[in-house]
Design a protein around this ligand. Sequence first.
Ligand code: PGA
Length: 252
Amino acid sequence: MRKKIVAGNWKCNTTVKEGVELAKSVNELVLSQGAKDVVVVLGTPFTHLTSVADAVDATRVNVASQNCAAEAKGAFTGEVSVSMVKSTGATYVILGHSERREYYHETSETLNKKLALTLEQELTPIYCCGEALSIREAGTQNQFVKQQLDETIFLLPAEQLLKIVIAYEPIWAIGTGVTASTQQAQDMLAFIRGLIASKYSSEVAEEISILYGGSCSPANANELFSQPDIDGGLIGGASLKAADFLSIINAY
Ligand code: PGA
């Protein structure tokens, strides 16, 4: 049974105090009004993880880091390892976000190390993929996304792939207010699920949650989430407002 998941990605926003306030508001709303069958995740900056994990009810609100080190530990100044993330109480790690691929030059090779470390520590990777506008305009988005997956998570055996949540985020839709049309999002997610079915099996494909991300909002979440292959969303801007985030959680 695929899980429905709504994950917030706060990116580089909020101070610790603001983040804890936001997390408390989300927690309160989720406990009192949130759809019970939706897994809620808050992707916070590293500095906030412990305080946010302490502020929420772990049985209803999960915490994610937005990245992790590609090494387990050691002389890597400024890096935060997966075991450190785990020690905060966080249970998810967002990996391969397009902003990290683009601005911090994360390659498939680096991401494979991060995926392995995350799975080893039994945290759940939310693995992002998605194409730039030029690729969409050239009509080669399916090949591009397939390659991103072939070079990374599709190298894993089925039992590890089953522990991963996939998030498709077309770069042209992130933070732009331009959402992929419901059909574009559904088509890509169905394509990804089809790839999993042919590489692994249809049973594996039916178990994996695939999220859509990119200007997902209270206004469009319901239509997006009504699609057969869309199992939820990775939410940037709208996750910074507790009420908007709740509306998205309740959009199914
Ligand atoms: P957005 O960001 O919802 O602000 O478009 C989504 C993301 O980058 O995860």
